[in-house]
Design a protein around this ligand. Structure first.
Ligand SMILES: [Zn+2]
Length: 281
């Protein structure tokens, strides 16, 4: 009997089902797709969808970028290769795809997930955050897009335990007094008081008192609530720039999609030109 159960379990485990978002699609051969998917249960998955590049088959229409699907895989445990055998579209985020602005912001979230290998141990909680963000980006209300991205980045960094306390100077340990500004240090992604930020070798961007308040406040509310507090917060351009710098520090290098997110490319150029000239940014 034991042999029977063992064989049965092994056979069943070759079929896996998971909710996934499709992060990357490449052509493989003439008619196949090579996919990178982010799943709630298995993290990042590389899988092949045979025959999905062309034609009218079910997989063709269910394997586009940034689709949430219920995916069925056949897994070869010896080769550790995953084959997508069936897919049901749960959400295609069609509004998001009509706006380049929304699309770039979703791409940036995808890139962060891929660059951090699916967020390591974060697994399901990062998946839920990503779905929540995609739903917010899938809106005709263009004013909300930046805040959705800002909250994705801040929550991701907090979840992974890499968020510095916005109330304390990372260098001297003093409290950053309410109403005072600070500097976000490029190297440590920590906040530094004005005195410490003027020490030699420090590089960063200024953070206004309003931005520090926003960081502290949105830490304690839900994703949805944080999107409704935009009335008395500083300019979204400042927060966006701050979050992009934080994200690049945490992933350890430039993010491609950050260039496409408005204004950031120019900001980086400006910072670099300051450095070249030997000036503080
Ligand atoms: Zn200090």
């Amino acid at each position: 009997m034991e042999t029977y159960f063992f064989t049965y379990t092994a056979a069943v485990s070759r079929i896996k089902t998971a909710d996934c978002v499709i992060l990357r699609v490449n052509r493989l051969g003439e008619i196949n797709k090579s996919l990178t998917l982010f799943s709630r249960d298995f993290g990042l998955i590389s899988a092949v969808a045979y025959g999905a590049w062309k034609g009218t088959g079910k997989l063709t229409g269910a394997t586009d970028l940034l689709m949430l699907i219920k995916a069925f895989f056949y897994v070869d445990p010896v080769k550790d290769s995953w084959k997508l055998t069936d897919a049901q579209v749960k959400d295609d985020f069609s509004v998001l795809k009509t706006s380049l602005k929304a699309y770039y912001r979703a791409s940036l979230c995808s890139e962060i997930i891929m660059r951090t290998h699916g967020g390591g141990d974060l697994g399901a909680s990062l998946f839920e955050l990503f779905i929540e963000t995609l739903k917010e980006l899938d809106t005709p209300d263009r004013d909300r897009l930046d805040y959705a991205l800002i909250q994705f980045i801040l929550r991701f960094i907090r979840m992974s335990g890499q968020m510095a306390d916005p109330g304390t100077c990372q260098v001297c340990g003093r409290s950053l007094s309410p109403g005072a500004s600070a500097v976000l240090d490029f190297h440590s992604a920590g906040f530094v008081c004005p005195v410490c930020s003027s020490l030699p070798g420090r590089e960063g961007i200024p953070v206004s008192p309003g931005a520090l308040r926003y960081l502290a406040f949105t830490e304690h509310v839900s994703f949805g609530e944080s999107l409704r507090v935009s009335a008395d917060i500083p300019g979204r351009a400042e927060l966006l720039r701050l979050c992009l710098v934080l994200a690049e520090t945490v992933v350890g290098g430039p993010l491609k999609a950050a260039e496409a997110v408005a204004g950031y490319g120019r900001e980086r150029d400006r910072v670099d030109s300051f450095r070249t000239a030997g000036l503080e940014p």
